[in-house]
Write a protein that binds this ligand. Structure first.
Ligand code: TPP
Length: 626
C-alpha cells in the first residue's frame, strides 16, 4: 500500500528521487519492494528479477541524468522499480493487464524507456547504438546497458562487447550478477564470473583504491585516469586482467548490488571516465521476499500468489501442454537412447527438466543461446543422435538461419518443440508465438505440425523422432484439453489430416489449438442450420493435398483457422495449394493480421481475431451466406 506519507508517494519522476538524501533511499527501496510484491501477487509477473534490481535501479536514476542519459534494460523483466519511479506509480497496478502498463520497457509508454526489450542479450548492442547515435548528433550523454549474468551468456552480448571494445564510446555496462538465469546460470562464463566474485585479494585492493578515490573532492579526469592506470598496474601484479579488460572495457567491481550508497559512490566515479566500462554488481534474485529468495525460478515469471504463504493460486486440474510434453519426452528417452534434449536456459519452462533428472548425461542447458542450441543439435544429429530442441516459439526466431543453414540444408533429423505457440497473454508482443508456422514452413525438408490436444502431442513427438528429416511441432501456453491418453506411442501418417465430422455446407480446416474451437463453432453453426465438415490439419507441411482439394471441390466453402500470423502462415499454404491445383472456392482465412499484438487477456485477444467458437461460426456463416 502506498500511503500519502510514504516516500514513494512523493516520487513522480527521477528528479524527485534526486532531491532525497542517499540515506533515505533504503527506506524508499523497502516501500518499492512492498508495492511490487503487492501488485505482482495479484497480476502475476517477473517478481524475483525485479526485487533483485531495486537498489541498482535507484542508484542509476539517482546518479545519472535520465532520460537524457539512457538506460537499456536487458530482457526488461526487472524494470518494475524503474516504472514506479518514472511517472508510472499510479498506473502500476495495471501492469501486464489489458490496456495497462506493459511488463517490459516500452518507448511508447515513457521517455524513460530508452529501448524496447523482452528477448535477452540485446542491451549492450542497443546501448552501444544509442551511444554512437548520440555521438553523431553531438550529444554527450551516457548510455547504460543493464544486463544479467544469464543474458550475458547470449551470443549477441559477446558480439556487442567485441564491437564496443573498439568503437570506444562512453558506454557503461552494469552486469547484474545473481548467479541465476531463470534456473541457476550455466556455462564457463558463469564459472568465470563466480571466480571473479570470490577473487578477494584483487577485490579488496580495488575497493580500497576506490574508497580513497571517492574521498578526494573534485577529483579531476587526469587524476582519475592516473589512478585507473595505477589500478591496472597493481591488478597485473595480483590477478590476471579480466576478460572484459582484455576486450577493451574498464572493469570495476564486484561490488554489492544492494548497497545503494556504495553503488552511488562508484557510479559517480565511473561517470567521469571515458570509453567502455563494465561495473559488476552482485545481487540476490528475489531479494526481500523470502519465498522468492528461496525459489527464485518459481518467482521468475510468477503466477498470482498469496503473499503470506508464498503459495501460487491454483488453476484448473488439467496439466499444461508443457507437462504433457515433459512426460512424453521422458518416456521416449527411456525407449530410445539416441534421444538428447536441449534447452536454451529454460529447463523448467520447457519441461525438459524432467528428462534432465532421468538422463542427466543426455541433457544440455546451453544458456540463453538459441542459435548455438540449434547448430549444436545439428552436430549431434550428424553423429546419428536424435536431438530434441525445446524452445519457446518466440525465442526460436533468433535461430532462423541456424535452422535453415545448419539443420535443413543438411536435412538433419532434429526435432524442434516450440512451446508457447500462439497468443501468450500478459507478456505481450515480444512473447506471442505467432510467427513460427510462417518462418518454418517455407524451409525445404522441414516437417511442420501442431497437435490438437495433449494425446496428439505425444504421438507427434514420437512421430517426429522417427523421421529422417527436421521436424517441428508447436503447442500453446495452455492447459491440456483433458482427453484420455493412449498408453502406447503411435506414428502419425505424415501429411495426413483427420476428418473429425462431416457436413455439406462449409469446411472448417483448423490447425493445432484451433481444432477444438472449430468443433465448438460447428455446433453453433449446426444449431443455425449450417452443417460443417471439421478437419484437423495436423500438418502444415506437407499439407494433406488430396483431402483438402477434394473437400474444397465438393463443398466449395472453406475457412482456415490458425493461431498464427496470416501472412505466410497455414491459410496462405492452403491458398497456394489451391492456386497450384487450379481450384477456386470461397475462402476466408482466420488468424492474426499483419500486426504486433499488445499484451492482454488471451481469450479477449482470440475473440478480437475471431479465433473463438463464436467468431469462427460467424465467419463461416458470412462466407456461406446461408
Ligand atoms: C532470447 C531469449 N531467450 C530466453 C528468454 C527467457 N528469459 C527471460 S529472463 C531469462 C533469464 C535472464 O537471466 P538474467 O539475465 O541473469 O536476469 P535475472 O532474471 O537473473 O535478473 C530468460 C532465459 C528471453 N527473454 N529471451
Amino acid at each position: 500500500m502506498i500511503t500519502p506519507n510514504s516516500l514513494l508517494a512523493s516520487i513522480n519522476s527521477p528528479q524527485d528521487l534526486r532531491s532525497l538524501s542517499a540515506d533515505q533511499l533504503p527506506l524508499l527501496a523497502s516501500e518499492i519492494r512492498e508495492q511490487i510484491i503487492q501488485v505482482v501477487s495479484q497480476n502475476g509477473g517477473h517478481l524475483a528479477s525485479s526485487l533483485g534490481a531495486v537498489e541498482l535501479t535507484l542508484a542509476l536514476h539517482y546518479t545519472f541524468d535520465t532520460p537524457h542519459d539512457k538506460i537499456v534494460w536487458d530482457v526488461g523483466h526487472q524494470t518494475y522499480t524503474h516504472k514506479l519511479i518514472t511517472g508510472r506509480r499510479e498506473a502500476f497496478h495495471t501492469i501486464r493487464q489489458e490496456n495497462g502498463l506493459s511488463g517490459f520497457p516500452k518507448r511508447e509508454e515513457s521517455p524513460y524507456d530508452a529501448f524496447n526489450t523482452g528477448h535477452a542479450s540485446t542491451s549492450i548492442s542497443a546501448a552501444l547504438g544509442l551511444a554512437e547515435g548520440m555521438y553523431h548528433r553531438g550529444e554527450r550523454n551516457h548510455s547504460i546497458a543493464v544486463i544479467g549474468d544469464g543474458s550475458m551468456t547470449g551470443g549477441m552480448a559477446f558480439e556487442a562487447v567485441n564491437n564496443a571494445g573498439i568503437i570506444d564510446r562512453n558506454l557503461i555496462v552494469i552486469l547484474n550478477d545473481n548467479e541465476m538465469s531463470i534456473s541457476p546460470n550455466v556455462g564457463a562464463l558463469s564459472h568465470y564470473l563466480n571466480r571473479i566474485i570470490t577473487g578477494q585479494p584483487y577485490h579488496q585492493l580495488k575497493k580500497d583504491i576506490d574508497h580513497s578515490l571517492s574521498a578526494i573532492p573534485n577529483v579531476g579526469k587526469q587524476m582519475l585516469h592516473a589512478v585507473v592506470r595505477m589500478k591496472d598496474a597493481v591488478k597485473m601484479l595480483v590477478v590476471p586482467t579480466t576478460l572484459f579488460d582484455e576486450m577493451g572495457f574498464e572493469y570495476f567491481g564486484p561490488i554489492p548490488g544492494h548497497n545503494i550508497k556504495e553503488m552511488i559512490e562508484t557510479l559517480e566515479a565511473i561517470k567521469k571516465l571515458e570509453g567502455p566500462i563494465i561495473l559488476h554488481l552482485v545481487t540476490k534474485k528475489g531479494k526481500g521476499y523470502p519465498p522468492a529468495e528461496t525459489q527464485p525460478h518459481s518467482f521468475h515469471s510468477a503466477a498470482p500468489f498469496d503473499i503470506e504463504s508464498g503459495c501460487f493460486k491454483k488453476k484448473n486440474g488439467v496439466p499444461s501442454y508443457t507437462d504433457f510434453f515433459a512426460d512424453a519426452l521422458a518416456q521416449l528417452g527411456e525407449q530410445d537412447s539416441r534421444i538428447i534434449a536441449i534447452s536454451a536456459a529454460m529447463p523448467e519452462g520447457t519441461g525438459t527438466n524432467k528428462f534432465a533428472k532421468l538422463f542427466p548425461g543426455r541433457f544440455y542447458d546451453v544458456g540463453i543461446a538459441e542459435q548455438h542450441a540449434v547448430t549444436f543439435a545439428a552436430g549431434l544429429a550428424v553423429e546419428k543422435l536424435r536431438p530434441v530442441v525445446a524452445i519457446y516459439s518466440t525465442f526460436l526466431q533468433r535461430a532462423y538461419d541456424q535452422i535453415v543453414h545448419d539443420v535443413c540444408m543438411q536435412n538433419l533429423p532434429v526435432t524442434f518443440c516450440l512451446d508457447r505457440g500462439g497468443i501468450v497473454g500478459a507478456d505481450g508482443p515480444t512473447h506471442h508465438g505467432i510467427f513460427d508456422y510462417a518462418y518454418l514452413r517455407h524451409i525445404p525438408n522441414m516437417l511442420v505440425m501442431a497437435p490438437k490436444d495433449e494425446n496428439e502431442l505425444r504421438h507427434m513427438l514420437y512421430t517426429a523422432t522417427q523421421q529422417p528429416c527436421p521436424c517441428s511441432l508447436r503447442y500453446p501456453r495452455d492447459n491440456g484439453i483433458g482427453v484420455p491418453l493412449d498408453t502406447e506411442f503411435k506414428p502419425l501418417a505424415v501429411g495426413k489430416a483427420e476428418i473429425l465430422q462431416t457436413g455439406q455446407d462449409v469446411v472448417l480446416l483448423a490447425i493445432g489449438n484451433m481444432v477444438y474451437p472449430a468443433l465448438e463453432a460447428a455446433k453453433i453453426l449446426s444449431s443455425g442450420g449450417i452443417e460443417a465438415t471439421v478437419v484437423n490439419a495436423r500438418f502444415i507441411k506437407p499439407l494433406d493435398k488430396e483431402l483438402i482439394c477434394r473437400l474444397v471441390k465438393e463443398i466449395g466453402c472453406l475457412v482456415t483457422i490458425e493461431e498464427g500470423c496470416l501472412p505466410g502462415g497455414f491459410g496462405s499454404a492452403v491458398l497456394e495449394l489451391l492456386q497450384e491445383e487450379g481450384i477456386s472456392s470461397k475462402i476466408t482465412r482466420l488468424g492474426i493480421a499483419d500486426l504486433f499484438i499488445e499484451h492482454g487477456n488471451s481469450a479477449n485477444i482470440r475473440r478480437r481475431f475471431k479465433l473463438n467458437p463464436a467468431g469462427i461460426a460467424e465467419t463461416a456463416r458470412n462466407l456461406c451466406n446461408i
